[in-house]
Design a protein around this ligand. Structure first.
Ligand code: NOJ
Length: 559
């Protein structure tokens, strides 16, 4: 039975809240390389992000997270950092960075940077020093160097595998030309893991945080935030393939070690110092992949990270029971401890929702995938906590599945030879306008092509079309964000499920917002009579069609 609630009297009236801004913020992830290219070299840059700020303001997000723009040999598109205190010339320079922060703040947008503390680039001065310094030196102790196994040391020190394929160890040639020690890298060989038990590593990162906080940034997205510490003895793993398999199965000897919490306490204290200056909280959001919501909650204790991405919603299949179990676990184990849940449906590492929910592998963007992605977005925006939107999500961009092998840049492809987990398809430069590539991403005058080719069907998703079409994804996100902003009580507080048929989820939030999602294909009676406030698709009065979500205001006092 679907319980039916009384209809409300219209749109909610704005209320105010004293909660810190980050608890219910919606942040837009800017993948700088693919956002907007101001120099016509086919690669997005910081000046391009600045030019796109009015677009983001209009969309209604609270801030931006910038993917790494530091000097880097780009073996993993900036997640291999050679200098943590500068801007790669391909993206701009510090002056342009300062302009971007200033312009963002002027229009009320927060700016988060992506910080990569688990590993650096093999071009970082610290790692270069290790190669010249040789075994047993102080320089090597900032990383995980170890002799190999076997009579001639030609076997890696343990059986760990790298996330991107192959062994997690690479052997170096010593300064005298002989084959030497091995170093640990959970990702590519060009991303050596730092040894966080070395005092200087923690000290250096504290200085890096201060460098950017002094330049006015509002916080950091922390890469691999459940990593950093490894089991001190680096023993063999009982399940060496775990790290290669998926996000949900990680090598417990290399991830989620208890010492990592001390780092987040230290970083939180640094953020608090800066908060004291202007009263505006600085934010730490961690990329935390751990097996359970309960372990996840440990990362967002009051003196640790403010937020940690809760990836279980992103991994959940399009299924009402799976979504409900995931949401319940998060609300009980994370929000229930007083912290906030940070929801995410898309990012630069995952197949985009429109394609993921399409149901058939190999379908770029069927109408069904788009309908479900729209419904999922409305659900996410109605949940208690914070949310992140990945660029292009607001345009309903599908994954680009048919990029030819020779344009793929993801190290996962070069290291595994398989296209299965390849991430280039969600990183194709955004379409802004026009009917042909570069779709306004670059001006195209210098003849430079976007760094990944854009398919011709990107025209259907260009921002100019999206803005002109009130039924577009863009308008759905905008309206959802506006309503959410007008109902700050949505950000915190309880979530009550209504009784529904198994293929439907319906919840009551705040002072009477009802959000219902029909995961099935057949229409069901709507839980609230009358026209919804907002719906992800056509929604006649009293009916909730399949693959559709809608919001209503109900008058709970008369319920
Ligand atoms: C997670 C980032 O999101 C991903 O893009 C990157 O490749 C790995 N961490 C390694 O830094």
């Amino acid at each position: 039975m679907l319980s039916t609630l009384p209809a409300g009297t219209g749109r909610p009236s704005p209320t105010t809240t004293a909660a810190p801004w980050w608890r219910d913020a919606v942040i837009y992830q800017v993948y700088v390389r693919s956002f907007l290219d101001s120099t016509d070299d086919g690669i997005g840059d910081l000046a391009g992000v600045r030019a796109g700020l009015p677009y983001l303001k209009k969309l209604g997000v609270d801030g931006i997270w910038l993917s790494p723009f530091y000097p880097s040999p780009q073996h993993d598109h900036g997640y291999d950092v050679a200098d943590y205190r500068a801007v790669d010339p391909v993206y701009g320079d510090l002056t342009e960075f300062d302009r971007l922060v200033c312009a963002s703040h002027r229009i009320g947008l927060k700016v988060l940077l992506d910080i990569v503390p688990n590993h650096c680039s093999s071009e970082h001065p610290w790692f270069r020093e290790t190669l010249a310094a040789g075994p047993g030196t102080e320089a090597r102790s900032r990383f995980h160097f170890a002799p190999g196994r076997g009579a001639d040391g030609s076997e890696p020190p343990n059986n760990w595998r790298a996330m991107f394929g192959g062994p997690a160890w690479t052997r170096v040639t010593e300064p005298d030309g002989t084959p030497g020690e091995w170093y640990l890298h959970l990702f590519t060989p060009e991303q050596p893991d730092l040894n966080w038990r070395h005092q200087e590593v923690g000290d250096e990162f504290e200085q890096v945080l201060r460098f950017w906080l002094d330049r006015g940034v509002d916080g950091f997205r922390i890469d691999v935030a459940a990593g950093l510490f490894k089991h001190p003895e680096l023993p063999d793993s009982e399940d060496p393939e775990a790290d290669e398999r998926s996000r949900d199965s990680v090598n417990p000897l290399a991830w989620n070690q208890p010492e990592v919490h001390g780092v987040w306490r230290r970083w939180r204290a640094v953020c608090e110092e800066y908060t004291a200056g202007d009263g505006e909280h600085r934010l730490l959001v961690g990329e935390v992949s751990v097996p359970t919501a309960r372990e996840h909650a440990l990362y967002v204790r009051p003196d640790e990270l403010h937020q940690a991405f809760f990836f279980d919603l992103l991994s959940a299949p399009w299924d009402a029971a799976a979504f409900r179990t995931t949401i319940d676990a998060a609300v009980r184990d994370i929000a229930g401890t007083g912290s906030t849940v940070t929801w995410v449906l898309n990012n630069h590492d995952q197949v985009r929702t429109v394609t993921r929910y399409a149901g058939e592998p190999g379908v770029e963007g069927s109408g069904l995938g788009a309908a479900r992605a729209r419904a999922a977005a409305l659900l996410m925006l109605a949940l208690p906590g914070a949310a992140y939107v990945y660029q292009g999500e607001e345009l309903g961009l599908p994954e680009v599945l048919d990029l030819p092998d020779d344009v793929l840049t993801d190290p996962i492809f070069s290291r595994t030879g398989s296209r299965k987990h390849v991430r280039d398809g969600c990183r194709v430069p955004l379409p802004w306008s026009g009917h042909a590539s570069p779709f306004g991403f670059s001006q195209g005058a210098a003849g430079a092509q976007p760094w990944l080719p854009q398919p011709s069907w990107f025209a259907d998703h260009a921002t100019d079309r999206a803005l002109a079409d009130t039924s577009s994804f863009w308008h759905l996100y905008r309206e959802g964000l506006q309503l959410r902003r007008s109902m700050p009580q949505l950000g915190e507080g309880p979530l009550h499920w209504l009784e529904t048929p198994p293929q439907v989820l319906a919840m009551v939030r705040g002072d009477g917002l009802v959000c219902a999602v029909n995961f099935g294909s057949d229409p069901v009676p709507a839980p609230v009579p009358g026209a919804p406030l907002l719906a992800s698709g056509p929604c006649p009065d009293g009916v909730l069609p399949g693959a559709t979500a809608a919001w209503w205001i109900t008058d709970l006092k008369t319920a």
